[in-house]
Design a protein around this ligand. Structure first.
Ligand code: NAP
Length: 279
């Protein structure tokens, strides 16, 4: 039976044991601004959680909420004001944005020195060279979780399913930099099962409920499930069949309680880094 990679417990330890004490030593509280456009229920929950944790670790926290009909110019102006605000160290614009807005232009307009989500091309470009100032929170959280359980990565066969700019791509780069041999799978991949069966480290970020059957998991594998899906009965689940995979894997993340809390912990970590650099 697999051991749990308990993101909830580790994130608490990092937030309360590392980030909060370090933040309290700074002359000025680290400042995090979260911008939410529209009223997507999942986004409202994510933004609420980020604010809650920011408060718990002693950050100055601002939430800017705007209606769905907000224009590109208005949102660009909000980001510009936050870029210039000396009390703000980190800016996060919650994705997805309403369809009429150009998310790429908005993300590109964030000061790379305040880009605590790590989505700016300056940061993703530097990540490809192994020297990013800010690494995207979800893949960084996965790496911290593997490190926290002292899981060796060098020389391992890693398979990442998903190639999004915010999860799959940076995840693959980090695993490669940690010494893994990495295969990236996506919707065009032929014979996904064959790739999964080879994986000693499997990271799944697709967004399809229980898409990877437990029977595909290589015995002794490390399984990281980034997916966050809602079943028809309203309960949450990941992209991997948790019950089946637990019988074969050595380590596995639960959903919820795995990658999600680590993502928020890394947002706090990045905001603290930014605050330290700016003070
Ligand atoms: P995304 O942008 O929609 O990307 C999904 C990726 O999965 C794409 O690369 C897509 O391939 C691939 N894919 C889709 N169907 C597939 C299939 N049948 N077989 C293989 N690959 C397939 O999603 P994302 O933003 O990366 O997020 C992925 C999941 O992680 C979602 O459930 C999201 O809610 C969750 N998430 C969780 C956290 C957290 O903190 N827990 C953070 C971020 C995301 P193509 O590129 O070919 O289309």
């Amino acid at each position: 039976m697999a051991q749990l990679l308990d993101g909830r417990a580790l994130s608490r330890k990092l937030n309360q044991g590392c980030v909060k004490p370090a933040a309290s030593e700074l002359a000025r509280k680290p400042g995090l601004a979260v911008v939410l456009v529209g009223s997507d229920p999942a986004s409202e929950v994510y933004v609420g959680r980020k604010g809650l944790v920011a408060g718990r670790v002693g950050f100055h926290h601002v939430q800017i909420t705007r209606p769905v009909e907000t224009s590109q110019e208005e949102l660009m102006q909000i980001v510009k004001d936050l870029n210039e605000d000396p009390a703000i160290d980190g800016i996060l614009v919650q994705m997805p944005l309403p369809k009429h807005l150009d998310a790429t232009q908005i993300l590109d307009s964030i000061d790379p020195g305040k880009d605590v989500d790590g989505f700016h091309p300056a940061n993703t470009g530097q990540l490809s060279q192994g020297r990013a100032k800010f690494v995207a929170c979800t893949p960084l959280g996965v790496m911290k979780m593997l490190e926290g359980s002292e899981i060796p990565l060098s020389g391992k066969e890693a398979v990442v399913i998903g190639r999004s700019n915010i999860v799959g791509r940076p995840m693959a780069m980090l695993l490669e930099q940690a010494g893994c041999t990495v295969t990236v799978c996506h919707s065009r991949t032929k014979n996904l099962q064959a790739h999964v069966e080879r994986a000693e480290v499997l990271v799944v970020a697709i967004g399809r409920a229980e898409h990877v059957p437990g029977a595909w998991i290589r015995p002794g594998a490390v399984v990281v499930d980034v997916g966050m899906n809602r079943r028809e009965d309203g309960t949450l689940c990941g992209d991997v069949d948790f019950e089946g995979a637990s019988e074969r894997a050595a380590w596995i993340t639960p959903v919820p309680g795995g990658v999600g809390p680590m993502t928020i912990a890394m947002l706090m970590h990045n905001t603290l880094l930014s605050a330290k650099a700016r003070q």
